[in-house]
Design a protein around this ligand. Sequence first.
Ligand SMILES: Nc1ncnc2c1ncn2[C@@H]1O[C@H](COP(=O)(O)OP(=O)(O)OP(=O)(O)O)[C@@H](O)[C@H]1O
Length: 607
Amino acid sequence: MAKKGFQPDKFSFKESVAALKTVPRFFVEIYHSNRILFTVNALCRLVSALLPLAMLWVGKLIVDEVVLQMGAEKASYQVLLQWVLLEFALAVSSDIIARTTSYTDGLLGDQYSIQSSVKIIKKTSDLNLSQLEDADFYDKLERARQQTTGRVGLMSNILTQVQDLIVVISLMAGIVAFEPVLIILLLVSVIPTLINEIKFSGTSYSLARSWTQERRELDYLRYAGASDVTAKEVKLFGLAGYLASRFEKLSWQYYADSKSLSKRRALWGSGFNIVSSLAYYGAYILIIFKTVGGIFTLGDLTFLSGSFNNLRGRIQGFFIRFTSITNSALYLQDYFDFLDIKIGDSGHGKKPMPAELKEGFKFENVGFKYPGTDIWVVRGINFEFKAGEKLAFVGENGAGKTTLIKLLLNFYEPTEGCIYLDGTPINEFDRAEYQEYFGVIFQDFVKFELTMRENIAVGAISALDDQQRINSASEKSLASEVINAVPDGLDQKLGRRFSKGTNLSGGQWQKVAMARAYMKDAEVLVLDEPTSALDARAESETFDRFINLTKGKSAIIISHRFSTVRIADRILVLKDGKVHELGTHEELMASPKLYAELFNLQASGYI
Ligand SMILES: Nc1ncnc2c1ncn2[C@@H]1O[C@H](COP(=O)(O)OP(=O)(O)OP(=O)(O)O)[C@@H](O)[C@H]1O
């Protein structure tokens, strides 16, 4: 995707500052992630904020005492020793406190990062399928995921900011007591940094934000070019060069935008720094003159020049950190925006589900367009799916079979018409409870790179340790054959991502997936092409078992194999998003329409 070039001022200073409103919520979350660590951290920072002034002051006392003793007839070291010991104690405490601060920073950061990642996973699972299938959603997710670790830096940056503010106030009070003019010079020396930071605040976030889509594309290209899943085809079709060059092209564009921003920042930064240094040296000369003129002692000189330098560094750091804080706050805003995405559930009722299905489901004049599109994928759909019935969906690719399942499962709401369960519109039920009714194996079921046991138990994850239930589901689905064929049985890691992992064949995976359906004692089972990778014998065995083992249960089976389909009680033939035929195998064979035509073609080996 070609990039027009970066628009740097999309996020102004004002917007960056406005993002700071997320900071209190952030601190409440951190505080709740570990109250003790947070309190220790804050106390350490408070104490260390007062240490620089104390150390500089003791340094001044030492120099003054040295000068005094140099002029004395008989030097006494007692006071001097006391001051040096005090400075030593301050130095040691300062180090201990700094280490405790960074230790607690790290721990708090890790805890917060774990918790925020968990929140992102949970939030994602709470959202509707229609929200998840949206590109905007992925952009939001990407931005929320970014900087999960950066947020840790935000916490320490903000606390350091408060800490430095205390240092700055205390050192300024010290300087004002000696020479108020120095404060004016100090301001002159830090204003250039302030201007520089205001100028560039928000720009790096702007750059990163404007590249959200491309970064997702880069991630995808990296995955497509270097992963076990794609390796076969990448090698066979010689795609590595193509993918690498696409990756490189996009990366270099980002690099160029990022470089030009860094260059401008560096150039402006060095210019401003010269002004700042001039003011500093002006102050230094003033202090030297006053010391030589006898107004300041040598100790005062050490204290003032030390304080001035320290202050300048801290105030500049304060502004620079401010930009980094506002930048992180913009990312934080993305994270909270993601957590605050409304779950599109508002139109849903809270009716409890009936204990068992009595009549069944009814589709009444159902039509559907995917959100953001203007095409009727299905329209004018009318049929009943009776309780206890085994119904098969048949139709060409793209006819709308999976879409009907998604509508039945209430992942999407029909654009027009209504679906009823025992006479009640399905959106009057609590969505989660409603979906609990179903056990579904999708054609693109997930091959989790977890153990065999976990892969089976995902059908009812609370039964992960229920050996009997797992054994029974494996027997029913023929997954037991797969379990026996792998070295570690149920504890076998699946997939090759982790050591000792093993890959299963397509058919073996489908047996594992079928076991998930048996794990869940669902009222209604839906199998969306669950046997496409099975050999003919395994397929027929799987379906015979399925029909026998789920007697009395309602089930929908989608399949392109007519030998499977014919076992169903009734068959619904979809064509161009409409119900073309509906009846038993015998009824449909008796009419010279699509079903009979396709059945005969397949029987004669043409398709
Ligand atoms: N999330 C989506 N957004 C937009 N269009 C979609 C989406 N999912 C599916 N479609 C479109 O809806 C139509 C029906 O797709 P569906 O998956 O329901 O077909 P199907 O009958 O199950 O096909 P197959 O036999 O190939 O699995 C297709 O044209 C497809 O491109």
